[in-house]
Ligand binder design. Structure first.
Ligand SMILES: [Zn+2]
Ligand SMILES: [Zn+2]
Length: 313
């Protein structure tokens, strides 16, 4: 809270009586910011491109030694990057991009989904499965003749993958944040991988690559994975009614990733979160309220993780 806001809030509280004292007390959240601007909104027709301006794509092995606010901190870029890179048809004149205008990969392909999350009683969360999601996907490879194919000739199929991870059930914040690698950065409770926000070309994947209505697609490893927390994906996991968003998955350091709504039900953006795209406050964790660090998936870059706050497996 700035002093200016503090005096403003205080004088309003002194001026008015009992009823507003309640709302004044409520206006401070755990981060010490004032929620006078709530409800916060984000315009899906005007999203920032990752890698442009403040929303950086930092690459540790190319000279970026630290993560940064609003940014994605990658460990490196693959040498054989491929993918779609023309977003001009849904780029606004001010340089932002329009999610509503961007085509999607059509289709409703259903899968033989296997997925389990278990606590072993020794402090571990064991995640196993075949990476096939519990919801239908678009048709991959992207079919010639479809609108999506005009922008993205993604030739890869979706196939079964072995998921077998042992994560800490109650993860700890590491002394230093860790950079994010390509491949799975976590797993959604739907049973499929969560990838960070960049393509192998080092651009904003959600803004450039053709995704299905669940915000996912496949790659050269034939692994179905998400880049964007679409409403269809959120509603499939759990429809948001009020308050904090429900758990959407686990990142590979063991911390949870939740949907885009904060403690008061407000829509979060990356600006509300730290350099790794998370924050700490009590959340529902294995059936109890625990004061724990967690990530949020938001509609703006870097979408999910900016760095690992813990130690990834
Ligand atoms: Zn991808
Ligand atoms: Zn939260």
């Amino acid at each position: 809270m700035t002093y200016k806001n503090y005096f403003k809030t205080t004088s309003i509280c002194l001026f008015v009586t009992f009823f507003t004292i309640i709302s004044c007390n409520k206006s401070d959240d755990l981060n010490g910011t004032v929620d006078e601007t709530l409800p916060e909104t984000i315009d899906l027709t005007s999203l920032p491109f990752g890698g442009v301006g403040e929303t950086q794509i930092l690459i540790r092995n190319q000279g970026d030694p630290l993560p940064d606010f609003l940014s994605l901190w990658l460990c490196g870029l693959p040498s054989n990057g491929a993918g779609a890179n023309n977003a001009s048809d849904w780029t606004n004149t001010d340089g932002t991009w329009n999610y509503e205008l961007k085509p999607q990969v059509e289709g409703n392909v259903t899968w033989n989904h296997i997925f389990d999350i278990n606590l072993d009683g020794n402090g571990n969360r064991i995640i196993t499965g075949n990476n096939l999601p519990d919801h239908p996907t678009g048709i991959f490879p992207i079919q010639p003749g479809t609108v999506a194919f005009q922008y993205d000739g993604n030739p890869n199929i979706i196939s079964e993958q072995v998921i077998n991870y042992t994560l800490p059930a109650l993860p700890q914040i590491a002394q230093e944040a860790n950079c994010v690698f390509f491949g799975p950065a976590g797993f959604s409770v739907t049973g499929a991988a969560i990838y960070h926000g960049a393509s192998t070309l080092g651009t904003d994947a959600a803004a450039h690559e053709m995704l299905d209505r669940f915000g996912g697609h496949t790659d050269g490893t034939e692994r179905y994975h998400y880049h964007f927390p679409s409403e269809d994906l959120q509603n499939h996991i759990h429809e948001h009614e009020s308050g904090h968003a429900p758990l959407m998955g686990y990142m590979l350091d063991g911390f949870g990733i939740f949907g885009p709504y904060g403690e008061n039900g407000e829509l979060l953006t990356s600006a509300d979160l730290d350099e790794c795209h998370g924050h700490t406050h009590p959340v529902l964790w294995d059936g109890e309220m625990v004061d724990l660090y967690h990530y949020h998936w938001t509609y703006d870059f870097p979408y999910n993780i900016g760095c690992f706050k813990g130690t990834p497996q």
